[in-house]
Ligand binder design. Structure first.
Ligand SMILES: *Cc1c(COP(=O)(O)O)cnc(C)c1O
Length: 247
């Protein structure tokens, strides 16, 4: 058995245990295996072991990998979990089954148009920026109810659920609780929340799907295409805001 399959089974078992502890049915929590940066050869064994739900964060990368995989496994289910640019809406509608990152009017409009044009109905989630982080995608929590309403009434979109990515350095619990509360106010059923580091907490807070990458596939290879200057400025940008005391 490959390492990835062993880890997949372990993640599934943990989800089931957490669900049981929270009085939930393990079958109510879906596992999206996040395969971004990993090659087709790393994904295939999971498909062969029966796993069907995958997540990718870039349209182009998914377009390079998934058509071939879908040929052998037509019932696989592919989720877009990264930001969508409106000029890629057509490709996204052709390629994905679920888009979890609807977060602005222009995207809602383009998706509605493309689904009509391609006669494909995707399942859609609205991404909420629960931490109101300026660099992060997602609609502000205070605007979520009105936005979901406009997706329905203006664009005719059926929104299935809400998705969030809590700030990396915060306790995720309050963010998961907020997403759950907003879902109630928006009258949507599903909650996509929880990643490798916090999916068990997310299940306790009511996640109906978790997006797990590194806990299944192992650590992602460093991005080779990022120029050195960018990496450097990224490193500077991620330094702690306050100097670390040496005493
Ligand atoms: C990469 C990614 C994940 C998976 O992250 P891991 O920490 O590797 O589990 C989940 N959700 C989103 C939106 C991502 O971009």
């Amino acid at each position: 058995m490959s390492d990835a399959i062993a880890r997949l089974l372990d993640v599934r078992a943990r989800i089931a245990a957490c669900a049981a502890e929270s009085g939930r049915d393990a079958g109510d929590v879906r596992l999206v295996a996040v395969s971004k940066t990993h090659p087709i050869d790393a994904i295939r064994p999971l498909l062969e072991a029966g796993h069907r739900i995958f997540g990718e964060n870039r349209v182009q990368e998914a377009a390079a990998k998934f058509p071939a995989l879908r040929e052998d496994h037509p019932d696989l289910e592919l989720h877009l979990i990264g930001p969508l640019q409106s000029n890629k809406a057509g490709d996204a509608v052709a390629l994905f089954d679920v888009i979890e990152t609807v977060d602005r009017e222009k995207i809602a409009r383009e998706l509605a148009r493309e689904m009509e044009r391609q006669q494909r109905r995707l399942r859609l989630y609205v991404q909420v920026n629960t931490g109101e982080e300026p660099q992060k995608a997602g609609i502000a929590p205070g605007d979520a109810v009105a936005f979901v309403e406009r997706c329905r009434s203006v664009h005719g979109l059926a929104i299935e659920g809400l998705m969030c990515i809590p700030p990396a350095d915060e306790n995720p619990g309050p963010h998961f609780a907020l997403l759950r509360q907003l879902a109630r106010e928006c009258r949507v059923e599903r909650l996509s929340m929880g990643m490798s580091g916090d999916y068990e907490i997310a299940v306790a807070f009511g996640a109906t799907s978790v997006r797990v990458g590194s806990a299944i596939f192992g650590h992602r290879p460093a991005l080779p295409s990022v120029p050195r200057e960018t990496r450097l400025s990224h490193a500077v940008a991620t330094l702690p805001a306050r100097p670390i005391s040496l005493r």
